[in-house]
Design a protein around this ligand. Sequence first.
Ligand code: ADP
Length: 706
Amino acid sequence: MLPKNPSKGLILIAEDEQMIRQILRRTMEKEGYSVVEATNGKECLTVFENTQPDIIIMDGMMPEMDGATACAEIQKMPGGEDTPILMVTALNDDEMVHRAFEAGASDFLTKPVHWAVLQHRVDRLIKARRADQELQQLLADMEILRRIDRELGYTLEIQRVLDLAMDAAVRRAAAVACVIGWIREGTNSLQRLAAIGRPSTLIEPVAIKDLPEIYPSIYKVFEERKKTIYETHINENSVQLIIPLTLEGQVQGFIGLEQVPSNYLNKEDYDFLTYLASRTADAIEKVQVYEKSQLRAEQMRRLHRISSEISSHLDHNEVIELGTRGEAHLLNAPCTFYCEYDKSENILTVSHVFMSIDSPITAPSIGKIFAINEYPTLISKLIEGPVQATITDEEQANSDDGYRFVKDLGVNHALIVPLSEKENLLGIIVLCQHNPEREYLSDEISLARSLAGQVTVALQNATLFHNVQDLEQVKSEMIRMASHDLRNPLTQVSGYLHLMIGTLPNLDERQEKFLERIKRGIDRMESLIEDILNIEKIESQQPINWTPINISALIRHVSASLKPQADLKGQSLKIAVPETNDMVMGSDVQLAQAFNNFINNAIKYTPDGGNVEVRMKFEDEKAHFEVVDSGYGIPLDRQDKIFQRFYRAMSPGTEDIEGTGLGLSLVKTVIEKHGGGVWFTSEEGKGSIFGAWLPIAPITEDIPTN
Ligand code: ADP
């Protein structure tokens, strides 16, 4: 390939007269032009094709092919239209002038040639051509940049961005190969992002510190923070270009162009490549930010999914298994395992292992023990947070306990995530990687840590649940025993008391009062025992022998049975319960007991002469029940415990009302066992509404309507 910009310009002189040719050559060469010659019209075409001159000085009258015809032929050749042709004609040869202009000549001169005029014309034409070429080039550059800008602006695919940039750079520099290198986030190593044409540079990732030795020319733009293109002469014909890719003044990567012809590029080319590099760096960053945010969003989704799965388990082993697997899924680790820490023995024992199907790593076997006194600083480091180690640096591997531990695991890279509770280490989850390049970034480590936190909480819950379950069982057993053992003597006391009352003669008023108090005390104890045994029975009973129950009939029946009680207190008891055939599957004894407690409470906690209303409606395949009273109500600060066992919300007016604090607890247990729910609203001094809903059983042929 010819140099792109020889001397002031290359002139093709097409002239049959040798004398004139020579004078022309000398004159133009003196002015700093290069000259090629042709002796006739035909030769002119060949020389034009071979040399692509900047201008042609063409004699009109030539043998073989005259100037006007040669001019017309050149227009058809590549680059012909853009090449100015200065036609030299004989004086008064108007016809030739016409033909020449028609054929595409740019200007003409008449013989005898006035040298100063010729020079001036050639200068002007070449300048005009150069300006035109530059404009064309500028337009072409702008078009490419516009395209790149647009495509880079739109595309969020890294490969597409890189292909576009490499394609534009290679074309512009006439390079044979191109490579784009970029520093991997969070590391100090430079790796190949993309390449075309088999470049010899950066085949393997390289640590920045090794650049001076391995790639000194790339090192120049990194370490010297060069913002300009760095050029190295490879041989006399070609150069290598390293174009820095900078973000906020920091060199983040480079575009390397190999085998660029020497002296091929001009200033505009360098400007173009510099601009291209700046747009490419921005686009890479944009895509990486986008990809990272996508990845983080996906990881957050995974974390959420795994966390909620873990928190719904209350078994120690299941939690650990989910945690070990979860960490692998969260951060794409091919192999993870859990080690339990035994503080007294100072050992870590492998208890759970997860390996993906294609894991290149084999996890240590279950039961394997690591004696921690061989890594004395490891535990204190883990109490502070996760430890990450990559086995690439032998020296470091020997000096650091974390590194030595990972090395003893036989993997290239690992992240050790502690499960700790304050200063106590419970265990560790180890995430292994085969590829030492896959170091975890700080936000990935935070994710792993956050999951480990959830696992720790779930483990604590599992332990708590285990203990509570044991306690709950002991408590139930004790209550059951106590209630049974109390019931018999109480029945005896009650029986003898009745006998005494019936047989003792002439009791005075005081004695009768005492006996009455004993009787009330016994009654209370009996109903307390009755309630406790009822609740225990309901809680332990399975829903066998459940039948379809006509719920509105049941509620009407219960309400009616409580009417005398309301009458005794002079209350109005309104029963607004429609007659329907809606059925609820359940135990009629239990449900009757529950609604009895609700309505009974309304009567009990409403002063004499008040109002109680029982309502029922059917909606959304549910039976909705509520009992409204105009009673004492419940103070706001006592409302949240109202359904707890033995809780009694004493308020002004209700101090003397007897009760066990077990009624509402029984209601809640029964209704929830039947797949429904309870609720209430209450205002002190105004009254309360207690409500419940139950699912209506789907209608089938078999359900009898009782
Ligand atoms: P108790 O045997 O004390 O009635 P419950 O479990 O049935 O036990 O009720 C718990 C507490 O809730 C009662 O002690 C009372 O303070 C309050 N309570 C229940 N129902 C009503 C109501 N309709 N109006 C006001 N307070 C109520």
